[in-house]
Structures are given as structure tokens and as C-alpha cells.
Ligand binder design. Structure first.
Ligand code: 5GP
Length: 177
């Protein structure tokens, strides 16, 4: 279906499933090259990143570990600005090569606030993989190392991303109309 309704809003397909999966293979190929022999630890930020983390992880052919943390609350169509750690990081990241896995970087506030907390634990390296990035919306300085797609500053759902709880199960990324 090219158009759908989630709650009160209409959305149209922006990134089809095949396009998404092709891009993930590209990102995984880069990570496979960059992290050969390093046994990186992927730290995926719940809830939105679960699908991206899963598809990306399946494409890795190097030794790698994955854990999930929960940080942000996001209400409605506007970033709430509340960054809350509700599920902590239990794996020791000291001396590890860490890759944060995010669904989307919007203002950049979430990661900007969270990165110093991770740096404090002295990982060997710390990089960011985000499936989507809205460059026009990003006001907090961030170095994004692996970016799936740069997208316009419009609300999107699907592929793990929700609109007030719904839409996470969609295989495609949909943009609000
Ligand atoms: P930031 O801190 O970069 O402003 O926001 C990051 C978080 O906001 C993301 O992890 C995501 O939960 C949420 N977010 C930002 N833009 C969108 C969007 O277009 N759609 C959805 N569903 N969530 C978004």
C-alpha cells in the first residue's frame, strides 16, 4: 500500500523495503571491513532501533556483540526533549569498540546528552550508526559515522519508528502527508 493512515494522519511510502535492505547491506559491508578482528559492541537505543539493529546485525560476518538500552521518550510529532535512561547499560564498555545504533537523529539532543556518559566509561572507540538523519533539524553537534539515509525534516513512521505507539511494524518508511 503506498498510502496509509496512522491515528489521525495520512502517510505515503518514502523508502520501500528493498531500498532499506540494500542500504543496510552497504552499511554492514563497511562495518565488516572497519571492525574485522575488533569484536565491536553494538549498543542499540530502544524502542525505535530494534528493526534496524536486527537487520544490520544479521548482515555482519565478523564477531560482534549487541545490547539494548532505553533512553528517550518521544511523544506525538515533536521531540519531547526528555532524555530518560530506563534500561541501563549492563555490559562493561571499558576498552571496547562501541557502535551506538539509532533509528533516527533529529535534533541530535538524545545522543549529544548520552555520548559523554558513555565516553566517561572509557571505551576504546565510540561511533554512531543511525538509520535516518534529518540534517535540517540537527542543532546539536554530532559526528555520525554510519548513516543510512539523510531525509527531509518531515515526520516519518515505520521500520521500528512509531507515531504515538503505532506504525513500528511497517516494513517501509512512510512520510507524513
Ligand atoms: P533527537 O534527540 O535527535 O531530536 O531525537 C531522536 C529521537 O526522536 C529518535 O530516536 C526518535 O525516537 C524520535 N524521532 C525524531 N524524529 C522522528 C520522526 O520523524 N519519526 C519518529 N517516529 N520518531 C522521531
Amino acid at each position: 500500500m503506498s498510502q496509509i493512515k496512522v491515528h489521525d494522519r495520512n502517510f505515503e511510502v518514502y523508502l520501500p523495503e528493498a531500498t532499506i535492505l540494500e542500504k543496510i547491506k552497504e552499511l554492514a559491508a563497511r562495518i565488516n571491513r572497519d571492525y574485522e578482528g575488533k569484536r565491536p559492541l553494538f549498543v542499540a537505543v530502544l524502542n525505535g532501533s530494534f528493526m534496524f539493529a536486527s537487520d544490520l546485525f544479521k548482515q555482519l560476518n565478523i564477531e560482534a556483540e549487541l545490547c539494548f538500552i532505553k533512553l528517550a521518550s518521544y511523544k506525538g510529532m515533536k521531540s519531547s526533549g526528555n532524555v530518560v535512561t530506563s534500561i541501563g547499560l549492563e555490559t562493561d564498555i571499558f576498552g571496547r569498540d562501541v557502535i551506538i545504533v539509532e533509528d533516527i537523529v533529529d535534533t541530535g539532543k538524545t545522543l549529544h546528552e548520552f555520548l559523554p556518559k558513555l565516553q566517561h566509561q572509557q571505551p576504546r572507540s565510540l561511533k554512531i550508526a543511525t538509520f535516518l538523519h534529518k540534517p535540517e533539524a540537527t542543532t546539536y553537534p554530532l559526528k555520525l559515522d554510519y548513516v543510512g539515509f539523510e531525509i527531509p525534516n518531515k515526520f516519518v513512521v515505520g521500520y521500528g519508528l512509531d507515531y504515538d505507539g503505532l506504525g513500528r511494524n511497517l516494513k517501509e518508511i512512510y512520510q507524513v502527508l
